[in-house]
Design a protein around this ligand. Structure first.
Ligand SMILES: *Cc1c(COP(=O)(O)O)cnc(C)c1O
Length: 406
């Protein structure tokens, strides 16, 4: 029997995989739009979106076309050469944002790694080695490399791996006074998620981001927005910085950028980009033609007035029904978030039980996410059909009813 025909089951995970994940009991095998089927043929509605990745749902025809066309042309050449899809993607991103330059990599963590290295390099070149401190926020998430867990504000992800990267401090999110107290001439960068995703879907206050921008300018520090989760239409604007009207110096993007194909990008200005001169940074796969061809197709669909307006309309559809479910069941105290990144904050009685709610939802045939133990998160396809929203939320409501009525 060939390898691809060998039957595999969830139990195999525990035998052959490193146990750093605890995947669901079922294995998804096929997806189309906002529907997924498991090995037994059971159909589920997907409001998890691969953790804010499947921006156009599963197997969107425009993405399948871009990927298969590129697969028949050229897969990989390395950065010893440039390639057409990478240049096209860079043009699209530069045209659509504040940025003048793009660096491509393969994940959110790598895009942040590049951003942090660039910020330190700029400060080193312009001001000397003293100016290397990075200010991040408590509970922030920036990826799982050693640098990005060190910058991230959740010690549970950085403890126990030996010495951390130093020169990093953490201040409470949405607290401008705390940032003001911490920032100094030694600060090279302030990094903020415009909406804290992993730690509970917490949107920044506009005044906080405006204040951070001002402080960074005062102290010659760079403002980095980690838009790995909020980028590529998630908020109803192409990037959340546009929603807030506050422009960073460096922006990182991944997740939805590839719609399910791995890619990351760091965007910045020409003036800053020049500090990453030839040989200072790199990645073998970054800017891979397959990834860039798919990302171009993602942007072509997402960055249109119709899609972006649709995201805002779908937000309302989710929010009003979720608020009703929350009130009737006593499960949520608040439904927050922007666009199609929505968090339902659990009431005191349900605090810590987000995972139980995920499991109950899955039993009713709808996939949702958690964002920490106290928030149920929705990050569906940006083009999820209204009929799928209604059916998925009906299933979710049944799951909640079963849970709350015992
Ligand atoms: C998911 C995420 C990352 C990490 O992205 P990976 O692709 O998993 O490396 C970084 N920052 C934010 C805000 C994220 O949501």
């Amino acid at each position: 029997m060939s390898v691809e025909q060998a039957p595999v089951q969830r139990a195999d995970f525990d035998q052959v995989m490193v146990p750093n994940y605890s995947p669901a009991a079922f294995i998804p095998v096929r997806g189309e739009g906002s529907r997924v089927w498991d090995q037994s043929g059971r159909e589920l509605i997907d409001f998890a979106g691969g953790i804010a990745v499947n921006a156009l749902g599963h197997c969107h025809p425009a993405l399948v076309k871009a990927l298969t066309e590129q697969a028949n042309i050229l897969w990989h050449v390395s950065n010893v050469f440039t390639n057409e899809p990478a240049l096209r993607l860079a043009h699209k991103l530069v045209d659509a944002t504040f940025a003048e330059r793009a660096f491509f990599c393969n994940s959110g963590a790598e895009s942040n790694e590049a951003a942090f290295k660039l910020a330190r390099r700029v400060a080193h070149d312009r001001f000397g080695p003293e100016k290397h401190e990075i200010i991040a926020t408590v509970n922030s998430f920036h990826g799982r490399t050693l640098f990005t867990v060190s910058v991230g504000g959740q010690p549970k992800y950085s403890d126990g791996f030996g010495p951390k990267i130093t020169g990093i401090s953490h201040v409470p999110y949405n607290d401008l006074e705390a940032l003001k107290a911490q920032i100094s001439d030694k600060t090279c960068a302030v990094v903020i998620e415009p909406i804290q995703g992993e730690s509970g879907v917490v949107p920044a206050d506009k005044a906080y981001l405006e204040g951070a921008r001002k402080l960074c300018d005062e102290y010659n520090a760079l403002l980095i927005f980690d838009e790995v989760q909020t980028g590529v239409g998630r908020t109803g604007s192409l990037y959340a910085y546009q929603h807030y009207g506050v422009t960073p110096d460096i922006l990182t993007s991944a997740k939805s950028l590839g719609g399910g194909f791995p890619i990351g990008a760091m965007l910045t200005t020409t003036d800053l980009a020049k500090h990453l001169a030839v040989g200072t940074h790199g990645t073998t796969y970054g800017g891979n033609p397959l990834a860039c061809a798919v990302a171009c197709a993602v942007l072509d669909v997402v960055n249109t007035p119709e899609t972006l307006a649709g995201i805002k309309a779908k937000h309302e559809r989710f929010k009003s029904r979720l608020e009703k479910i929350g009130q009737q069941s006593g499960l949520f105290t608040q439904v927050r978030g922007v666009g199609l990144l929505i968090g339902c904050v659990l009431s005191d009685a349900w605090k810590g039980k987000a995972k139980d709610i995920l499991n109950a939802a899955e039993k009713e045939g709808v996939m949702v996410l958690q964002a920490g133990p106290d928030v149920v998160r929705f990050a569906p396809s940006l083009v999820v059909e209204d009929a799928d929203i209604d059916e998925g939320l009906a299933r979710f409501e049944r799951a909640v009813a079963k849970l709350t009525q015992g």
